[in-house]
Design a protein around this ligand. Structure first.
Ligand SMILES: [Zn+2]
Length: 69
């Protein structure tokens, strides 16, 4: 019997799109922060921060990026 919940367990069961809080690139990756908690490194602008924005859909992200252009 197949299971249909293979993709659950990322964050709250939702797949979210992360974007840099500075340049809004999606080139953000988890960065190991030992004392400051979870942080992210942006490959586009080099920012290392916990300040990222998350979107539940690609459409929401694209609409947001369009709005700030
Ligand atoms: Zn960035």
């Amino acid at each position: 019997m197949r299971t249909s919940i293979q993709y659950k367990g990322l964050t709250n069961g939702f797949v979210t799109y992360r974007a840099c809080g500075s340049c809004f690139s999606m080139e953000v990756y988890p960065y190991m922060g030992f004392e400051t908690g979870q942080q992210y490194e942006c490959k586009a602008c080099g920012m290392i921060s916990s300040l990222i924005v998350e979107f539940e859909t690609m459409e929401a992200l694209q609409a947001f990026r369009k709005a700030i252009e």
